[in-house]
Design a protein around this ligand. Structure first.
Ligand SMILES: *[C@@H]1O[C@H](CO)[C@@H](O)[C@H](O)[C@H]1NC(C)=O
Ligand SMILES: *[C@@H]1O[C@H](CO)[C@@H](O)[C@H](O)[C@H]1NC(C)=O
Length: 518
């Protein structure tokens, strides 16, 4: 009975989503602005970070030229996208020159650095010494980082050069990239749409060839949502392997957490080498060097969760998943052909995430005023509506959700999570992957996530389960918007996830860039 009611509500919700999207489109489709194509003399930016590093070491490419190309490219696209919010161009050029000089002198002690001379960008929540550190809060608008986050330090130690910081949503917890300090970041595929959040600035740069390496983080989809919206790959590893020191408010000793570092890229080739760098001494938890033979891999898939809080999955995304399954049925031997997977835990993905989010150390209520007393949410809402607030409405909505949405019963949440985890581990083992939808709706217009603030359930369940997952782009829909799918494996099976994503990269054409390369 209840199930039928849910189905009826979901049916009307699906229609409402379409109607609302149509209305949003009347305004936002007119705001669309194209991103300039990549010039021939910036051509090096088409290549993977791995290949760029190889060329620099072999002295086929100067690090300085690469850094300069990235700077020039950022200057072309950023006035349209508003992705970069702070830069260190001169320092990066100087560091690149030093690398070139040392290579010219034949100093080879450097050469085992895997990303020698390749510039990288990172979201503002992962600090770089001396640069902006606001987390999007107006009250922190003058704050600067006193040291590098551990991940930034590790990338530097691997030879990579920090170039710029990119925009994030206020306190990271929203599906779009907008904050009161730096404004809104736009999706390069359609600037009337959002690149997603919270690593939206990174995805916008990567999709326009403006950065070779994109360091991200994810507690509810923040690496994978922007990569999906911008037609890219997004790799979220098994939880616990990446050192979070310095990221957001983390000290790196929090132990059990859903938060992970991750990378957005235009190619899968870079993912494992980059992840090894930021995982450092914990990379054995990811087994990235394991040899995987795809012939024996078991494929499972879930078309739709049946979670009341999430919009119905659009038919274009469902069809994209069907294409993947058809492809695999043809390619894989019959005894391994894809099977559906069901567990009731998925019907409650948003609630489970809601429960585990409370166990995370951040107290968003204290962070709201940067430690200066907790807000009274109803009052904040009134202030916002009267125009007296320095916060975004989306942050107030998130906090209202945390305050007023009754916390799930702990015993229920913990039992269901444990059962789901066990079932996933048992079913997938070390040789199975689960295909999940990449969200219910392809890349939304700006402000559209207000119509469904909990539509991130397809991403956040991966955080709850602490599993590795890769968002894989799968071409575009009839409106030219990127489609995708998530490939998830049991914890520790990152190599398997990556191998299946690489297979799909070959079969379905890989990243969808937002501009042409001449
Ligand atoms: C969970 O969702 C699935 C898919 O929509 C549905 O078939 C199933 O009946 C739901 N289970 C429960 C217990 O609500
Ligand atoms: C949030 O982002 C995901 C990924 O793009 C999307 O599927 C979902 O629909 C978004 N939420 C809304 C309300 O647009």
């Amino acid at each position: 009975m209840c199930r039928i009611l849910v189905m009826v509500i979901q049916f009307f919700r699906g229609i409402a989503d379409h109607v609302l999207e149509f209305i949003f489109g009347i305004y936002w489709d007119r705001q669309r602005e194209p991103v300039p194509d990549l010039d021939r003399h910036h051509e090096c930016l088409r290549e993977s970070a791995t290949s760029l590093a190889r060329k620099i070491k072999n002295k086929e490419l100067k690090s300085e030229d690469l850094v300069r190309a990235a700077i020039e490219r950022i200057k072309q696209v950023n006035p349209i996208l508003n992705a970069v919010i702070d830069e260190r161009y001169e320092a990066a050029l100087a560091e690149a020159r030093e690398i070139d000089e040392r290579l010219d002198m034949g100093i080879t002690d450097y050469c085992d650095k895997p990303f020698l001379g390749v510039p990288f960008t990172t979201k503002e929540a992962s600090p770089v010494k001396g640069m902006s550190l606001t987390f999007g809060l107006w009250s922190r608008r003058n704050m600067r980082a006193s040291e590098d986050s551990k991940a930034v330090a590790r990338l530097r130690a691997a030879g990579a050069i920090p170039l710029a910081l990119t925009n994030i949503p206020e306190l990271l917890i929203w599906n779009e990239t907008r904050n009161p300090v730096y404004g809104t970041t736009k999706n390069p595929h359609h600037t009337g749409r959002s690149p997603g959040g919270s690593s939206g600035g990174e995805a916008a740069l990567m999709a326009t060839y403006a950065t070779p390496i994109s360091l991200c983080s994810d507690v509810a989809g923040s690496t994978r949502i922007p990569s999906f919206n911008c037609g890219l790959f997004g790799y979220h590893p098994t939880a616990g392997a990446t050192n979070l020191r310095g990221l957001f408010y983390r000290k790196g000793d929090e132990g059990n957490t859903m938060f992970c570092l991750g990378f957005i890229s235009k190619t899968m080739e870079d993912m494992a080498p980059l992840m090894k760098v930021v995982a450092g001494d914990k990379q054995n938890l990811l087994n990235l060097d394991r040899q995987v033979d795809l012939k024996g891999v078991k494929i499972f898939y879930v078309e739709e969760f049946g979670d009341f809080w999430i919009s119905p999955v659009r038919s274009d995304l469902k069809n994209a998943m069907k294409d993947v399954i058809l492809n695999m049925e043809k390619r894989w031997p019959t005894e391994n052909s894809p099977e559906t997977y069901y567990h009731e835990g998925f019907n409650h993905s948003v609630n489970l995430w809601r429960y585990w989010m409370e166990k995370e150390p951040e107290d968003y209520f204290s962070l709201y005023n940067n430690g200066d007393g907790k807000p009274f949410i109803a009052f904040e809402l009134v202030k916002k509506l009267l125009g007296f607030s320095r916060h975004n409405l989306n942050l107030i909505i998130r906090l209202a959700g945390l305050r007023f949405w009754p916390s799930p019963n702990p015993e229920w949440a913990e039992t269901l999570t444990r059962e789901l985890k066990n079932d996933i581990s048992k079913t997938l083992g070390d040789n199975g992957v689960l295909l999940l939808p990449s969200g219910p709706i392809p890349c939304p217009y700006h402000y559209f996530p207000y119509t469904g603030p909990y539509n991130f359930g397809y991403w956040s369940i991966v955080n709850v389960l602490k599993c590795p997952a890769v968002q894989v782009p799968l071409g575009v829909n009839s409106k030219g918007l990127p489609l995708g799918i998530q490939v998830m494996a049991a914890p520790g099976n990152d190599a398997l996830c990556i191998e299946v994503a690489k297979y799909l990269e070959q079969e379905f054409g890989g990243a969808i860039m937002a501009c042409k390369a001449k």
